[in-house]
Write a protein that binds this ligand. Sequence first.
Ligand SMILES: Nc1nc2c(c(=O)[nH]1)N[C@H]1C(S)=C(S)[C@@H](COP(=O)(O)OP(=O)(O)OC[C@H]3O[C@@H](n4cnc5c(=O)[nH]c(N)nc54)[C@H](O)[C@@H]3O)O[C@H]1N2
Ligand SMILES: Nc1nc2c(c(=O)[nH]1)N[C@H]1C(S)=C(S)[C@@H](COP(=O)(O)OP(=O)(O)OC[C@H]3O[C@@H](n4cnc5c(=O)[nH]c(N)nc54)[C@H](O)[C@@H]3O)O[C@H]1N2
Ligand code: SF4
Ligand SMILES: [Mo]
Length: 694
Amino acid sequence: MGEIHHRTCHICEANCGVLVEVEGRRVLSIKGDPENPLSRGHICPKATALEDLQNDPDRLRAPQKRVGDTWTEISWEQAFREIGEKARAILARDPASSATYVGNPNAHSYGNALNAHHLTKALGTKNQFSASTVDQMPHQVANLRLYGHASMFGIPDIDRTQTLIIIGGNPMASNGSVWTVPDFRNRARELKARGGQLVVIDPRRTETAKIADRHVFVRPASDVFLLVALLKAVMARRPFQPVQDFVTGLGDVAALLARFDDAACLAASGVAPEDVAWLAERLTTGPAALYGRLGIATQLHGTLNAWLIALINVAAGQLDREGGTVFPIPALDTISMLPRGSLGKYTSRVSGHKSVLGEFPAAALAEEIETPGEGQIKALFVVAGNPVLSTPNGPRLDAALESLELVVSVDMYRNATSRRAHYILPPTGPLERDHYGLFLLPMAVRNVAVYSQPTLEREDPAALHDWEILRGLATAISGKPVQEPTPREALDSLLQGGPYKVSLAEVEAAPSGLDFGPPKTGVLPGRLRSDDQTVSAAVPAFMDALAALEVPDAAPAGTGKLTLIGRRHLRTNNSWLANSHRLTKGPNRCTLMIHPQDAAPLGLEQGDQATVRSASGAITLPAEVTDDMMPGTVSIPHGWGHDLPGMAMQVAKARAGVSANVLTESGALDPLSGNAALSGVQVEVAKAELEAAE
Ligand SMILES: Nc1nc2c(c(=O)[nH]1)N[C@H]1C(S)=C(S)[C@@H](COP(=O)(O)OP(=O)(O)OC[C@H]3O[C@@H](n4cnc5c(=O)[nH]c(N)nc54)[C@H](O)[C@@H]3O)O[C@H]1N2
Ligand SMILES: Nc1nc2c(c(=O)[nH]1)N[C@H]1C(S)=C(S)[C@@H](COP(=O)(O)OP(=O)(O)OC[C@H]3O[C@@H](n4cnc5c(=O)[nH]c(N)nc54)[C@H](O)[C@@H]3O)O[C@H]1N2
Ligand code: SF4
Ligand SMILES: [Mo]
């Protein structure tokens, strides 16, 4: 019997409470914490893989330096000194020639969140890129324009609703996103047990669709037309009912919507009129919430989608209402901590992209490295990111990285991206760090505060946490030490200044978490950060984009093209759990899902190798023929392709798969947010042997 430590699993957004039993440095077990008020004992297979990660022999434990193809381990002192010297020399030639790319795990580390700015400040760079623009940026732009703050997320009140409609999200695999909803399966079960309905709108019959009461196929990247028709139907059902008095401009939106022909919209999106009528009825009778996620964000109309979804909830009278879309009040209020968010503050050098929340599109990183001239990127700092696998046209970026004078990767693996680094700086192991769900608890289905202390001491006393590495880099580059409270000290004062005025000591006294109850309603007016304290529905930039939107003819048949979408699996997390023994067990999950109707004419059968080709590139992978796909649509998961030369991830290499982002296009962006259009790429599929024989 070992010692039990309470922790929050920081791998995905669900932030489940776990009990880690340890004896010395040995992990005996990792189980769900039944006392955690948010996750109620739930965990998924990834939590137990925390141990694989902690003990992985391939996980880097000391700084690595590359010269040519040769890697050597160096001291932290040498790493910081050399990086500082090189960065200063590059910046002395051209002060605008550095850049940062910040990856997804930064959202799961409050230490990183509170310290990343030290690095960008030391570099003095406007070239900031992140995984946000291959993910949720459209939601944030919609939040900013509607509520006055990019971080003001409304979430479905799943525990009290009677209808939950999910469009472009698959929480049974992802465990929820921009919605901290651990134990989704049981929450959905409870919804059904009280007579409620779960509805999924998705081009694939997903794991979530399979437990839903109703699944509606939608043609990829055509959601905007469905949402237009649905908003019109909702407005038609509630024309005279007052929505909240802090909402203005719905009439202007209604007037603009009149130009759209419902039948044409539905034909374009592939949805039947009875489905829309039924959805509108459910949304306007009883508590209901429409929730959209990754599938609606990573497409050309991502921001319009996020806006229309919010307006549907508004027009249906479901905003800030019990069982509708609600606004949590977290113990550490990011709305008060973070700036509202800026739009168009800077313009990118090569394509003139306007910055969004101070960032340029991740899809534009390659061109900023490739294109000569003043301001050409020469030094790149990647913090917990793997853009070679995670951003559009990865091979193009990969080649661009090779041309850089200085690449520094703060990462624990030598993976697809960090193999291009000159220095890899690995942080302490996952069980050696503390945790607070800074960005995730503000989107949680209950208002909870929970803090985890490090479960294990640092294996090597010289090892550094991410935040210490970030400060070390900042100091090495600027020559000025960072003199600020530690993240833990900052957390304490932020909590004390927060809505519940609790100290960190009080939070720590409840190891499973302090529970402040379900989200309250009627709170939105007090939380709005828009200048006039209203939700102005008719956002001018969005109205212009909607006015210019052309409804295409229903998909032309016989072009031979199929439309590509992505997917996630419960046992992966983007690209970075690929070296876990536990998680990589079982069947190959990097497959091309294709409908029998599309596979038959190609002579493609289950397990055949299929070559998928787009304007950007081609990959070959096994076909999985399944009528879970909407005909005309194929699905490939991202985060694969672990056999690039120079990588050092042995387990991952044995199950390498291929990268979906060989097929995605760096030029395809949502103009309102700079988010990559990963969904809806046109591809051609052929049986691999046939192609080889030609
Ligand atoms: N085609 C397609 N592409 C996609 C998506 C898709 O659905 N389809 N999804 C997109 C989405 S939503 C996202 S968020 C992005 C993710 O994009 P990225 O963030 O660029 O990629 P990840 O695969 O999450 O890689 C995270 C990296 O951080 C490292 N890491 C993990 N934990 C830590 C830590 O605690 N500290 C440090 N320093 N490093 C750590 C890992 O080893 C890994 O190298 O991918 C996007 N790309
Ligand atoms: N197990 C696991 N969990 C994860 C991750 C992981 O890699 N693995 N990644 C984490 C991250 S970084 C994120 S951002 C979240 C994402 O969380 P979710 O948003 O739930 O992400 P997905 O599971 O990719 O679900 C997206 C859904 O959109 C559908 N879709 C694709 N294109 C379209 C379209 O054009 N229209 C519509 N309506 N639907 C479309 C896809 O079929 C898919 O079912 O998951 C997080 N959790
Ligand atoms: S659902 Fe997410 S937070 Fe919960 S155990 Fe799995 S990976 Fe960890
Ligand atoms: Mo993400």
